[in-house]
Design a protein around this ligand. Structure first.
Ligand code: GLU
Length: 535
Protein backbone atom coordinates (compact mmCIF):
# COMPACT_ATOMS: atom_id res chain seq x y z
CA UNK A 1 0.00 0.00 0.00
CA UNK A 2 2.66 2.51 1.01
CA UNK A 3 4.88 1.56 -1.94
CA UNK A 4 1.93 2.09 -4.28
CA UNK A 5 1.22 5.45 -2.72
CA UNK A 6 4.82 6.52 -3.09
CA UNK A 7 4.79 5.58 -6.79
CA UNK A 8 1.50 7.37 -7.31
CA UNK A 9 2.97 10.45 -5.64
CA UNK A 10 5.97 10.41 -7.94
CA UNK A 11 3.93 9.78 -11.10
CA UNK A 12 1.48 12.57 -10.37
CA UNK A 13 4.00 15.16 -9.16
CA UNK A 14 3.63 18.32 -11.16
CA UNK A 15 0.26 17.30 -12.60
CA UNK A 16 -1.80 17.48 -9.43
CA UNK A 17 -0.81 19.99 -6.71
CA UNK A 18 1.03 18.18 -3.93
CA UNK A 19 -1.42 19.05 -1.16
CA UNK A 20 -4.30 17.70 -3.24
CA UNK A 21 -2.37 14.57 -3.98
CA UNK A 22 -1.57 14.13 -0.30
CA UNK A 23 -5.20 14.60 0.52
CA UNK A 24 -6.28 11.98 -2.03
CA UNK A 25 -3.73 9.56 -0.63
CA UNK A 26 -4.80 10.23 2.97
CA UNK A 27 -8.42 9.59 2.00
CA UNK A 28 -7.49 6.15 0.68
CA UNK A 29 -5.49 4.98 3.65
CA UNK A 30 -6.48 3.45 6.91
CA UNK A 31 -5.33 6.38 9.01
CA UNK A 32 -3.83 5.54 12.39
CA UNK A 33 -1.95 8.23 14.26
CA UNK A 34 -0.50 8.28 17.71
CA UNK A 35 0.35 10.72 20.43
CA UNK A 36 3.31 9.22 22.27
CA UNK A 37 4.26 11.25 25.35
CA UNK A 38 6.93 10.17 27.80
CA UNK A 39 5.66 10.37 31.39
CA UNK A 40 8.79 12.14 32.58
CA UNK A 41 6.73 15.18 33.51
CA UNK A 42 3.26 16.70 33.16
CA UNK A 43 1.62 17.27 29.80
CA UNK A 44 2.97 20.54 28.46
CA UNK A 45 1.12 22.89 26.16
CA UNK A 46 3.38 21.81 23.27
CA UNK A 47 2.21 18.25 23.82
CA UNK A 48 -1.39 19.44 23.81
CA UNK A 49 -0.92 20.90 20.34
CA UNK A 50 0.70 17.67 19.08
CA UNK A 51 -2.17 15.64 20.54
CA UNK A 52 -4.73 18.03 19.03
CA UNK A 53 -3.26 17.91 15.52
CA UNK A 54 -3.09 14.11 15.67
CA UNK A 55 -6.66 13.98 16.91
CA UNK A 56 -7.96 16.33 14.20
CA UNK A 57 -6.15 14.49 11.46
CA UNK A 58 -7.50 11.14 12.66
CA UNK A 59 -11.07 12.40 12.93
CA UNK A 60 -10.94 14.16 9.59
CA UNK A 61 -10.08 10.88 7.88
CA UNK A 62 -12.28 8.62 10.02
CA UNK A 63 -9.06 7.22 11.39
CA UNK A 64 -7.86 6.09 14.80
CA UNK A 65 -6.17 8.24 17.42
CA UNK A 66 -3.84 6.15 19.57
CA UNK A 67 -2.28 7.21 22.86
CA UNK A 68 0.95 5.37 23.61
CA UNK A 69 2.81 5.90 26.86
CA UNK A 70 6.55 5.91 26.12
CA UNK A 71 7.92 5.02 29.53
CA UNK A 72 11.18 3.29 28.60
CA UNK A 73 13.20 5.76 30.62
CA UNK A 74 12.46 4.20 33.98
CA UNK A 75 14.72 6.57 35.86
CA UNK A 76 13.08 9.74 34.62
CA UNK A 77 9.50 8.44 34.56
CA UNK A 78 7.24 9.92 37.24
CA UNK A 79 4.22 7.99 38.50
CA UNK A 80 1.85 10.95 38.56
CA UNK A 81 2.79 12.08 35.06
CA UNK A 82 0.81 9.38 33.29
CA UNK A 83 -2.41 10.29 35.06
CA UNK A 84 -1.73 13.97 34.44
CA UNK A 85 -1.49 13.22 30.73
CA UNK A 86 -4.64 11.09 30.72
CA UNK A 87 -6.67 13.53 32.81
CA UNK A 88 -5.54 16.49 30.75
CA UNK A 89 -6.53 14.83 27.49
CA UNK A 90 -9.88 13.91 28.99
CA UNK A 91 -10.51 17.46 30.17
CA UNK A 92 -9.68 18.73 26.70
CA UNK A 93 -11.99 16.18 25.09
CA UNK A 94 -9.10 14.60 23.17
CA UNK A 95 -9.60 11.09 24.49
CA UNK A 96 -7.89 8.40 22.45
CA UNK A 97 -9.64 5.63 20.55
CA UNK A 98 -6.97 3.23 21.77
CA UNK A 99 -4.95 3.71 24.94
CA UNK A 100 -4.09 2.17 28.30
CA UNK A 101 -7.65 3.03 29.34
CA UNK A 102 -9.38 1.44 26.36
CA UNK A 103 -6.98 -0.95 24.70
CA UNK A 104 -7.54 -1.87 21.06
CA UNK A 105 -5.99 -4.75 19.12
CA UNK A 106 -2.43 -3.43 19.17
CA UNK A 107 -1.60 -3.31 22.88
CA UNK A 108 -0.12 -3.08 25.35
CA UNK A 109 -0.16 0.71 25.07
CA UNK A 110 2.54 1.26 27.68
CA UNK A 111 6.05 0.59 26.39
CA UNK A 112 7.29 -0.85 29.69
CA UNK A 113 4.84 -3.71 29.07
CA UNK A 114 6.25 -4.45 25.61
CA UNK A 115 9.79 -5.35 26.67
CA UNK A 116 9.77 -8.84 25.12
CA UNK A 117 8.77 -7.50 21.75
CA UNK A 118 11.71 -5.10 21.68
CA UNK A 119 14.24 -7.77 22.70
CA UNK A 120 13.01 -9.94 19.89
CA UNK A 121 13.50 -7.13 17.38
CA UNK A 122 16.92 -6.21 18.71
CA UNK A 123 18.02 -9.86 18.27
CA UNK A 124 16.83 -9.67 14.70
CA UNK A 125 19.06 -6.64 14.05
CA UNK A 126 22.03 -8.26 15.77
CA UNK A 127 21.60 -11.30 13.55
CA UNK A 128 21.33 -9.32 10.35
CA UNK A 129 24.40 -7.24 11.22
CA UNK A 130 22.49 -3.94 11.52
CA UNK A 131 23.31 -3.74 15.19
CA UNK A 132 26.18 -4.74 17.46
CA UNK A 133 26.97 -5.21 21.13
CA UNK A 134 28.92 -2.49 22.90
CA UNK A 135 30.53 -2.94 26.32
CA UNK A 136 31.90 0.50 27.02
CA UNK A 137 31.58 1.70 30.60
CA UNK A 138 30.54 5.28 31.35
CA UNK A 139 34.24 5.99 32.06
CA UNK A 140 35.27 4.56 28.67
CA UNK A 141 32.80 6.88 26.98
CA UNK A 142 33.93 9.85 29.01
CA UNK A 143 37.60 9.14 28.15
CA UNK A 144 36.72 8.87 24.48
CA UNK A 145 35.00 12.26 24.59
CA UNK A 146 37.93 13.81 26.40
CA UNK A 147 40.49 12.49 23.93
CA UNK A 148 38.43 13.54 20.95
CA UNK A 149 38.05 17.05 22.30
CA UNK A 150 41.77 17.26 22.93
CA UNK A 151 42.30 16.22 19.33
CA UNK A 152 40.06 19.05 18.13
CA UNK A 153 36.77 17.14 17.66
CA UNK A 154 34.43 19.24 19.77
CA UNK A 155 31.24 17.26 19.20
CA UNK A 156 32.47 13.71 19.66
CA UNK A 157 29.96 10.95 19.10
CA UNK A 158 30.01 7.19 18.85
CA UNK A 159 30.10 7.04 15.05
CA UNK A 160 31.61 5.02 12.23
CA UNK A 161 35.11 6.26 13.00
CA UNK A 162 34.96 6.07 16.78
CA UNK A 163 33.24 2.68 16.94
CA UNK A 164 36.49 1.08 15.75
CA UNK A 165 38.33 2.39 18.79
CA UNK A 166 35.81 1.19 21.35
CA UNK A 167 34.89 -2.03 23.18
CA UNK A 168 32.28 -3.68 21.03
CA UNK A 169 31.49 -6.81 19.08
CA UNK A 170 32.97 -5.20 15.94
CA UNK A 171 36.37 -4.73 17.51
CA UNK A 172 36.73 -7.56 20.06
CA UNK A 173 37.37 -11.25 19.33
CA UNK A 174 34.36 -13.57 19.61
CA UNK A 175 35.63 -15.21 22.81
CA UNK A 176 35.94 -11.87 24.52
CA UNK A 177 32.50 -10.83 23.33
CA UNK A 178 31.02 -14.01 24.76
CA UNK A 179 32.87 -13.50 28.03
CA UNK A 180 31.58 -9.94 28.36
CA UNK A 181 28.07 -11.01 27.48
CA UNK A 182 28.25 -13.66 30.16
CA UNK A 183 29.56 -11.13 32.67
CA UNK A 184 26.65 -8.90 31.75
CA UNK A 185 28.16 -5.54 32.73
CA UNK A 186 27.53 -2.43 30.63
CA UNK A 187 26.06 -4.52 27.82
CA UNK A 188 24.27 -2.33 25.32
CA UNK A 189 23.26 -2.76 21.70
CA UNK A 190 23.96 -0.05 19.12
CA UNK A 191 22.58 0.56 15.68
CA UNK A 192 25.26 0.33 13.01
CA UNK A 193 24.90 3.40 10.83
CA UNK A 194 25.90 2.69 7.21
CA UNK A 195 28.84 4.61 5.77
CA UNK A 196 28.76 7.31 3.08
CA UNK A 197 25.05 7.51 2.54
CA UNK A 198 22.49 10.24 2.41
CA UNK A 199 19.27 9.40 4.20
CA UNK A 200 16.34 11.18 2.67
CA UNK A 201 12.71 11.21 3.69
CA UNK A 202 9.81 13.40 2.88
CA UNK A 203 8.14 15.46 5.55
CA UNK A 204 4.62 16.78 5.06
CA UNK A 205 5.57 20.15 6.46
CA UNK A 206 9.21 20.53 5.50
CA UNK A 207 9.32 18.71 2.15
CA UNK A 208 12.35 16.59 1.41
CA UNK A 209 14.76 16.30 4.34
CA UNK A 210 18.23 14.75 4.08
CA UNK A 211 20.91 13.75 6.57
CA UNK A 212 24.37 12.44 5.77
CA UNK A 213 25.06 9.16 7.52
CA UNK A 214 28.41 10.57 8.61
CA UNK A 215 26.46 13.08 10.79
CA UNK A 216 24.68 10.29 12.66
CA UNK A 217 25.88 8.38 15.69
CA UNK A 218 25.45 4.68 16.37
CA UNK A 219 22.56 5.18 18.74
CA UNK A 220 22.08 2.78 21.61
CA UNK A 221 18.94 0.81 20.89
CA UNK A 222 19.02 -1.48 23.92
CA UNK A 223 20.23 -0.17 27.25
CA UNK A 224 22.25 -2.00 29.92
CA UNK A 225 19.04 -2.38 31.98
CA UNK A 226 17.46 -4.38 29.18
CA UNK A 227 15.12 -1.57 28.21
CA UNK A 228 15.03 -0.32 24.64
CA UNK A 229 15.75 3.33 23.93
CA UNK A 230 13.20 5.70 22.48
CA UNK A 231 14.38 5.13 18.89
CA UNK A 232 13.95 1.39 18.77
CA UNK A 233 10.75 1.24 20.81
CA UNK A 234 9.21 4.08 18.85
CA UNK A 235 9.85 2.47 15.47
CA UNK A 236 8.88 -1.06 16.54
CA UNK A 237 5.66 0.30 18.03
CA UNK A 238 4.78 2.52 15.09
CA UNK A 239 5.19 -0.47 12.80
CA UNK A 240 3.41 -3.03 14.97
CA UNK A 241 0.62 -0.59 15.86
CA UNK A 242 0.21 0.13 12.13
CA UNK A 243 0.76 3.84 12.45
CA UNK A 244 0.26 5.54 9.08
CA UNK A 245 1.34 9.11 10.00
CA UNK A 246 3.80 10.33 12.58
CA UNK A 247 2.87 13.87 13.59
CA UNK A 248 5.23 15.16 16.26
CA UNK A 249 7.34 18.09 17.38
CA UNK A 250 10.20 19.47 15.35
CA UNK A 251 12.71 18.37 17.99
CA UNK A 252 12.35 14.82 16.66
CA UNK A 253 13.27 15.70 13.08
CA UNK A 254 16.91 14.67 13.38
CA UNK A 255 15.92 11.36 15.03
CA UNK A 256 13.87 10.53 11.97
CA UNK A 257 17.01 9.68 9.98
CA UNK A 258 17.72 6.96 12.55
CA UNK A 259 14.13 5.83 12.35
CA UNK A 260 14.23 5.59 8.57
CA UNK A 261 17.38 3.48 8.88
CA UNK A 262 15.64 1.23 11.38
CA UNK A 263 12.71 0.70 8.99
CA UNK A 264 15.26 -0.22 6.38
CA UNK A 265 17.20 -2.54 8.68
CA UNK A 266 14.00 -4.44 9.45
CA UNK A 267 13.04 -4.46 5.73
CA UNK A 268 9.91 -2.53 6.63
CA UNK A 269 10.29 0.21 4.02
CA UNK A 270 6.76 -0.40 2.79
CA UNK A 271 5.43 0.44 6.23
CA UNK A 272 7.34 3.62 6.84
CA UNK A 273 4.81 6.21 7.99
CA UNK A 274 4.37 9.67 6.55
CA UNK A 275 6.19 12.20 8.72
CA UNK A 276 5.02 15.65 9.74
CA UNK A 277 7.22 17.61 12.13
CA UNK A 278 5.39 20.47 13.78
CA UNK A 279 6.97 23.90 14.24
CA UNK A 280 8.13 24.93 17.68
CA UNK A 281 5.95 26.93 20.04
CA UNK A 282 8.04 29.98 20.87
CA UNK A 283 8.25 32.14 23.98
CA UNK A 284 6.07 35.28 24.00
CA UNK A 285 9.19 37.23 23.06
CA UNK A 286 9.45 35.13 19.90
CA UNK A 287 12.91 33.90 20.81
CA UNK A 288 13.48 30.29 21.83
CA UNK A 289 11.20 27.40 22.66
CA UNK A 290 8.47 27.96 25.24
CA UNK A 291 9.43 26.19 28.45
CA UNK A 292 7.90 25.34 31.80
CA UNK A 293 9.89 28.19 33.37
CA UNK A 294 8.35 30.73 31.00
CA UNK A 295 4.96 30.17 32.57
CA UNK A 296 6.22 31.33 35.95
CA UNK A 297 8.31 34.06 34.34
CA UNK A 298 5.53 35.61 32.25
CA UNK A 299 2.67 34.68 34.56
CA UNK A 300 0.63 32.19 32.59
CA UNK A 301 -0.03 28.44 32.79
CA UNK A 302 1.84 26.00 30.56
CA UNK A 303 0.00 22.84 31.61
CA UNK A 304 -3.68 22.07 30.96
CA UNK A 305 -4.17 20.92 34.56
CA UNK A 306 -2.40 21.89 37.77
CA UNK A 307 0.79 20.07 38.64
CA UNK A 308 2.80 19.71 41.80
CA UNK A 309 6.51 19.36 41.08
CA UNK A 310 7.85 17.22 43.91
CA UNK A 311 11.51 17.92 43.18
CA UNK A 312 11.07 21.68 43.10
CA UNK A 313 8.29 21.57 45.72
CA UNK A 314 6.43 23.92 43.43
CA UNK A 315 2.73 24.03 42.57
CA UNK A 316 1.86 25.03 39.00
CA UNK A 317 -1.68 26.13 38.18
CA UNK A 318 -3.07 24.77 34.94
CA UNK A 319 -5.28 26.40 32.31
CA UNK A 320 -8.28 24.74 33.96
CA UNK A 321 -7.52 26.26 37.36
CA UNK A 322 -6.85 29.61 35.73
CA UNK A 323 -10.46 29.54 34.49
CA UNK A 324 -10.08 28.48 30.87
CA UNK A 325 -12.70 26.56 28.95
CA UNK A 326 -11.19 23.54 27.18
CA UNK A 327 -12.85 24.52 23.89
CA UNK A 328 -11.30 28.00 24.04
CA UNK A 329 -7.88 26.59 24.83
CA UNK A 330 -8.10 24.19 21.89
CA UNK A 331 -9.21 26.99 19.60
CA UNK A 332 -6.22 29.05 20.67
CA UNK A 333 -3.85 26.09 20.34
CA UNK A 334 -4.98 24.99 16.90
CA UNK A 335 -3.85 28.31 15.49
CA UNK A 336 -0.32 27.93 16.86
CA UNK A 337 1.20 26.67 13.65
CA UNK A 338 -1.84 26.24 11.42
CA UNK A 339 -4.50 28.47 9.89
CA UNK A 340 -7.43 27.73 7.65
CA UNK A 341 -6.20 30.07 4.92
CA UNK A 342 -8.85 32.71 5.58
CA UNK A 343 -9.63 34.98 8.52
CA UNK A 344 -11.95 32.55 10.27
CA UNK A 345 -10.78 32.35 13.84
CA UNK A 346 -13.39 30.84 16.10
CA UNK A 347 -14.04 27.16 15.52
CA UNK A 348 -15.52 24.45 17.65
CA UNK A 349 -13.97 21.02 17.45
CA UNK A 350 -16.22 19.87 14.59
CA UNK A 351 -15.32 22.86 12.49
CA UNK A 352 -11.63 22.32 13.28
CA UNK A 353 -11.92 18.72 12.08
CA UNK A 354 -13.59 19.93 8.92
CA UNK A 355 -10.96 22.56 8.14
CA UNK A 356 -7.77 21.01 9.46
CA UNK A 357 -5.19 20.21 6.84
CA UNK A 358 -1.74 18.80 7.52
CA UNK A 359 -0.42 20.54 4.43
CA UNK A 360 -1.38 23.94 5.77
CA UNK A 361 0.88 23.79 8.80
CA UNK A 362 3.59 26.44 8.88
CA UNK A 363 7.26 25.66 8.93
CA UNK A 364 8.22 28.55 11.17
CA UNK A 365 7.77 28.66 14.94
CA UNK A 366 4.54 29.98 16.44
CA UNK A 367 4.78 32.67 19.09
CA UNK A 368 2.80 32.00 22.26
CA UNK A 369 0.62 35.00 22.99
CA UNK A 370 -1.22 34.67 26.29
CA UNK A 371 -3.39 37.70 25.63
CA UNK A 372 -4.72 35.93 22.58
CA UNK A 373 -5.50 32.86 24.70
CA UNK A 374 -7.45 35.12 27.07
CA UNK A 375 -9.25 36.72 24.16
CA UNK A 376 -10.45 33.32 22.97
CA UNK A 377 -11.66 32.46 26.45
CA UNK A 378 -13.63 35.71 26.60
CA UNK A 379 -15.23 35.02 23.24
CA UNK A 380 -16.27 31.55 24.34
CA UNK A 381 -17.63 32.67 27.70
CA UNK A 382 -19.59 35.49 26.14
CA UNK A 383 -21.21 33.26 23.58
CA UNK A 384 -22.11 30.53 26.06
CA UNK A 385 -25.61 30.11 27.47
CA UNK A 386 -25.72 31.27 31.07
CA UNK A 387 -27.36 27.95 32.00
CA UNK A 388 -24.31 26.08 30.70
CA UNK A 389 -21.97 28.34 32.66
CA UNK A 390 -24.17 27.82 35.72
CA UNK A 391 -23.76 24.05 35.44
CA UNK A 392 -19.99 24.44 35.35
CA UNK A 393 -19.60 26.78 38.30
CA UNK A 394 -22.76 26.44 40.44
CA UNK A 395 -20.72 25.29 43.45
CA UNK A 396 -18.81 28.58 43.39
CA UNK A 397 -21.88 30.45 44.63
CA UNK A 398 -23.08 30.58 48.23
CA UNK A 399 -26.69 30.09 47.15
CA UNK A 400 -28.64 27.43 45.33
CA UNK A 401 -31.09 30.01 43.98
CA UNK A 402 -30.59 29.26 40.30
CA UNK A 403 -32.58 32.15 38.86
CA UNK A 404 -30.70 34.61 41.08
CA UNK A 405 -27.32 33.17 40.03
CA UNK A 406 -28.36 33.20 36.38
CA UNK A 407 -29.07 36.93 36.68
CA UNK A 408 -25.59 37.40 38.12
CA UNK A 409 -24.02 35.38 35.31
CA UNK A 410 -25.94 37.39 32.70
CA UNK A 411 -24.70 40.60 34.27
CA UNK A 412 -21.06 39.55 34.58
CA UNK A 413 -20.67 37.66 31.32
CA UNK A 414 -19.76 40.63 29.10
CA UNK A 415 -16.89 41.55 31.41
CA UNK A 416 -15.52 38.10 32.15
CA UNK A 417 -12.26 36.61 30.89
CA UNK A 418 -11.97 33.55 33.12
CA UNK A 419 -14.59 31.23 34.55
CA UNK A 420 -13.20 32.03 38.01
CA UNK A 421 -14.06 35.69 37.51
CA UNK A 422 -17.70 34.89 38.16
CA UNK A 423 -16.89 33.86 41.71
CA UNK A 424 -14.60 36.78 42.51
CA UNK A 425 -16.74 39.37 40.78
CA UNK A 426 -19.97 38.19 42.33
CA UNK A 427 -18.67 38.24 45.89
CA UNK A 428 -19.82 41.85 46.50
CA UNK A 429 -23.35 40.75 45.63
CA UNK A 430 -23.39 38.26 48.48
CA UNK A 431 -21.29 39.95 51.14
CA UNK A 432 -20.91 43.57 52.25
CA UNK A 433 -17.45 44.98 51.59
CA UNK A 434 -14.83 43.80 54.09
CA UNK A 435 -12.93 47.02 53.42
CA UNK A 436 -13.16 50.12 51.24
CA UNK A 437 -10.76 51.57 48.70
CA UNK A 438 -9.75 54.30 51.14
CA UNK A 439 -7.70 56.22 48.65
CA UNK A 440 -10.60 56.59 46.22
CA UNK A 441 -13.06 57.24 48.98
CA UNK A 442 -11.01 60.13 50.31
CA UNK A 443 -10.81 61.53 46.83
CA UNK A 444 -14.47 61.18 45.92
CA UNK A 445 -16.43 61.50 49.15
CA UNK A 446 -17.38 65.03 50.06
CA UNK A 447 -18.75 65.55 53.52
CA UNK A 448 -21.21 68.15 52.21
CA UNK A 449 -23.11 65.28 50.47
CA UNK A 450 -23.64 63.24 53.60
CA UNK A 451 -27.33 64.14 53.74
CA UNK A 452 -27.76 63.35 50.05
CA UNK A 453 -26.36 59.85 50.51
CA UNK A 454 -28.66 59.39 53.47
CA UNK A 455 -31.63 60.44 51.33
CA UNK A 456 -30.59 58.13 48.53
CA UNK A 457 -30.32 55.21 50.99
CA UNK A 458 -33.82 55.90 52.30
CA UNK A 459 -35.13 56.24 48.76
CA UNK A 460 -33.61 52.97 47.63
CA UNK A 461 -35.05 51.21 50.67
CA UNK A 462 -38.50 52.35 49.67
CA UNK A 463 -38.14 51.90 45.88
CA UNK A 464 -39.25 48.96 43.76
CA UNK A 465 -36.57 46.29 43.20
CA UNK A 466 -36.59 46.95 39.47
CA UNK A 467 -33.21 48.05 38.17
CA UNK A 468 -34.60 50.77 35.89
CA UNK A 469 -36.82 52.17 38.63
CA UNK A 470 -33.83 52.44 40.97
CA UNK A 471 -31.80 54.20 38.29
CA UNK A 472 -34.59 56.64 37.55
CA UNK A 473 -35.11 57.49 41.21
CA UNK A 474 -31.41 58.02 41.97
CA UNK A 475 -30.76 60.03 38.85
CA UNK A 476 -33.82 62.20 39.37
CA UNK A 477 -32.59 62.96 42.88
CA UNK A 478 -29.19 64.00 41.52
CA UNK A 479 -30.65 66.16 38.76
CA UNK A 480 -33.28 67.79 40.98
CA UNK A 481 -30.68 68.60 43.62
CA UNK A 482 -28.36 70.03 40.93
CA UNK A 483 -25.67 67.62 42.07
CA UNK A 484 -22.97 66.11 39.91
CA UNK A 485 -23.22 62.47 38.85
CA UNK A 486 -19.46 62.19 39.43
CA UNK A 487 -19.86 63.29 43.05
CA UNK A 488 -22.50 60.67 43.88
CA UNK A 489 -22.39 57.56 41.72
CA UNK A 490 -18.72 56.54 42.26
CA UNK A 491 -19.16 56.91 46.00
CA UNK A 492 -22.31 54.77 45.97
CA UNK A 493 -20.32 52.12 44.13
CA UNK A 494 -17.57 52.14 46.77
CA UNK A 495 -20.18 51.94 49.56
CA UNK A 496 -21.77 48.95 47.89
CA UNK A 497 -18.76 46.92 46.84
CA UNK A 498 -15.69 48.49 48.45
CA UNK A 499 -14.12 49.46 45.13
CA UNK A 500 -14.63 51.61 42.06
CA UNK A 501 -14.76 48.79 39.54
CA UNK A 502 -17.60 46.42 38.86
CA UNK A 503 -20.63 45.91 36.68
CA UNK A 504 -23.62 48.18 36.23
CA UNK A 505 -24.32 49.99 39.51
CA UNK A 506 -28.13 49.85 39.38
CA UNK A 507 -28.17 46.21 38.32
CA UNK A 508 -26.01 45.51 41.34
CA UNK A 509 -28.30 47.40 43.69
CA UNK A 510 -31.22 45.44 42.35
CA UNK A 511 -29.39 42.12 42.83
CA UNK A 512 -27.98 42.96 46.26
CA UNK A 513 -31.54 43.89 47.21
CA UNK A 514 -32.92 47.30 48.09
CA UNK A 515 -32.74 46.96 51.83
CA UNK A 516 -29.26 45.36 51.86
CA UNK A 517 -28.02 48.08 49.52
CA UNK A 518 -29.46 50.80 51.73
CA UNK A 519 -27.74 49.23 54.76
CA UNK A 520 -24.43 49.22 52.92
CA UNK A 521 -24.80 52.86 51.92
CA UNK A 522 -25.50 53.80 55.52
CA UNK A 523 -22.47 51.86 56.71
CA UNK A 524 -20.42 53.59 54.04
CA UNK A 525 -21.61 57.01 55.22
CA UNK A 526 -20.67 56.17 58.79
CA UNK A 527 -17.23 54.95 57.74
CA UNK A 528 -16.59 57.97 55.48
CA UNK A 529 -17.71 60.47 58.15
CA UNK A 530 -15.25 58.75 60.45
CA UNK A 531 -12.35 59.15 58.04
CA UNK A 532 -13.45 62.66 57.16
CA UNK A 533 -13.17 63.54 60.86
CA UNK A 534 -10.08 61.49 61.72
CA UNK A 535 -8.30 61.62 58.36
N1 GLU B 1 8.14 9.96 23.55
C1 GLU B 1 8.43 11.04 22.65
C2 GLU B 1 8.06 12.33 23.39
O1 GLU B 1 8.07 12.33 24.56
C3 GLU B 1 7.61 10.85 21.41
C4 GLU B 1 8.19 11.43 20.17
C5 GLU B 1 7.42 10.90 18.98
O2 GLU B 1 6.26 11.26 18.84
O3 GLU B 1 7.97 10.10 18.26
O4 GLU B 1 7.74 13.34 22.86
Amino acid sequence: MFRFIECATKACKGIIPLHLLNWMIDMKQDIRVRFAPSPTGPLHIGGVRTALYNYLFAKKHQGTFVLRIEDTDQIRSIDEAESHILNSLEWLGLSADESVLNPGNFGPYRQSERKKLYRHHVDQLLKSGHAYYAFDSPEDLENMRMHEKEAGNYTPKYDQRIRLKMKNSLTLPVDEVNRLLEKGENVTVRLKIPENETITFSDRIRGEVSFKSSELDDKIILKADGMPTYHLANVVDDKTMRISHVIRGEEWLSSTAHHVLLYRAFSWEDHQPDYAHLPLILKPTGKGKLSKRDGAKFGFPVFPLEWYDQKEEEQYAGFKEAGFLPAALLNFMVLLGWNPGNDEEIFDIDRMIELFDLDQINKSGAQFNYNKAKWFNEQYIQSMDSEVIYDLIRSDFPTGDQSFVLKIIDMLKPRTTFLNDFKSQSEPLFYPPASYDKHMLKKKYKHEHKEDFQHIATMIRAASPDRDDIEKAVKRYIVDGELKFGAILPVLRIFLTGSMSGPDLFEMISLIGNSNSADRIEEGIAFSSHIAVNG
